[in-house]
Write a protein that binds this ligand. Structure first.
Ligand SMILES: *Cc1c(COP(=O)(O)O)cnc(C)c1O
Length: 397
């Protein structure tokens, strides 16, 4: 049987590893040595699951979307991560990592953020746990995502605008790594997705795996069997997808569908479809698929959805794609917008633009009437209303 989990050296097939500067070796090694023990301790599990229940509002519902199911002629359940506190799945990871940091004796939390969602989740948890919080954010993003910057400030975090490079997520990540190099002893770096050097991809996947743990129980209640025929999720770095598929990775009855951001089309030069367009390279400490030019310089990604425009993708997902365990679709901006409107009008749920990419995959698949599909709605669309309205399809005017 295949095994798609990380191996003991931190690799998923040929992807993963920890390609880090000498100065970070101690930090990453300390994390690698302690994360599994902490995550599996009774004390951690108890505190984590209580917070997930009473603070985040878990379990998130598994909702049978009747009208959407009629449209696609199969049975579609939505895993409602949009109903979590702060409006997305990211809070699961932020809580887990801050609890872990406390157990490692760290006093200070740093994070990178692009659209601001991970920054807000981290700042939220730091307020809750009375930890110092510094969030690095590209200056371009600071200007584009003003509301999230204000939220982080209100929560007590320091937002540091980054003016290197294109002043977006990749540059913010570089700056956070630089900070960590300067404060290795007292600081934990909360990475927001299944990216970065080992053990981050595995650690974040485990913290998000509460999603598939719940899906198993909920499907059993609804359908009398604990696995679906299809799991569908969008991928930026890959954390909501990793959480959705974690307990089904080695179950080949379950087809895995991943939706990446096609932007204006994969051949348009304006895309974030890393798996379609990327070649193997190293980004932020991990060997993975990466959008790069012939000289190995990172190509700036583009997507209408700020949460999906990362030039890399998690090593887990690179391996799932290259071993054909997962089918990956590139969903373009206009397809995502249409799918977001469709869900809104059929079910009264406005999805995050990121999640709308997962919904956009539905029309690419030939379902059988007996198929059971679970699609993760990773977040809510309140933050995206202006973008939806500015791109409203004629059919919904
Ligand atoms: C950040 C974000 C994503 C993309 O991140 P992943 O790590 O790929 O899950 C998807 N959906 C929402 C709502 C987000 O905020």
């Amino acid at each position: 049987m295949n095994n798609y989990q990380v191996n003991k050296n931190g690799y998923y097939g040929e992807f993963g590893g920890a390609y880090i500067p000498e100065i970070l070796y101690r930090c990453v090694e300390e994390l690698r040595e302690s994360y599994l023990n902490i995550l599996e301790s009774d004390d951690f599990k108890k505190e984590f699951s209580l917070l997930l229940r009473d603070y985040v509002g878990r379990p998130s519902p598994l909702y049978l979307a009747k009208r959407l199911s009629e449209k696609y002629k199969c049975t579609i359940y939505l895993k409602r991560e949009d109903l979590n506190h702060t409006g997305a799945h990211k809070i699961n990871n932020a809580i887990g990592q801050v609890l872990l940091a406390r157990r490692m004796g760290k006093k200070r939390i740093i994070a990178e953020t692009g659209a601001g969602q991970h920054g807000v989740a981290t700042a939220t948890v730091c307020a809750l746990m009375n930890m110092e919080c510094v969030v690095y954010m590209g200056k371009t993003d600071v200007e584009r995502q003003h509301v999230n910057v204000e939220r982080m400030k209100m929560l007590g975090a320091t937002v540091r605008p980054v003016t290197s490079g294109n002043m977006t997520l990749k540059d913010a990540t570089n700056e956070a790594i630089r900070d960590w190099c300067c404060h290795p002893a007292d600081t934990h770096y909360v990475i927001g997705s299944t990216v970065g050097p080992h053990p981050y991809p595995d650690m974040v996947a485990r913290l998000q795996s509460v999603i598939s743990e719940e899906i198993k129980k909920q499907l059993l209640e609804h359908e009398g069997r604990d696995y679906p025929d299809y799991l569908i999720a969008c991928i930026g770095g890959g954390s909501n997808a990793a959480g959705t598929i974690f307990h089904y990775l080695d179950d080949d009855r379950v087809k895995i569908i991943l939706a990446e951001a096609g932007g204006k089309g994969i051949n348009s030069g304006m895309s974030a479809a890393t798996i379609h367009l990327g070649r193997v390279g190293i980004i932020h400490g991990s060997r993975t698929l990466l959008m790069q030019n012939e000289d190995g310089q990172i190509i700036e990604p583009y997507s209408i959805s700020a949460g999906l425009d990362y030039p890399g993708v998690g090593p887990l997902h690179s391996n799932l794609a290259s071993s054909h365990r997962a089918t990956v679709f590139a969903i373009n901006d206009d397809e995502a917008i249409r799918a977001g409107y469709e869900l809104t009008r059929l079910e009264g749920i406005i999805p995050a633009l990121e999640s709308a990419h997962a919904l956009g995959a539905l029309e690419k698949i030939k379902f059988r009437p007996s198929d059971i599909v679970v699609l993760t709605v990773s977040g809510r669309g309140d933050k995206d209303i202006e973008t939806y309205l500015a791109n409203q399809p004629d059919a919904y005017k």
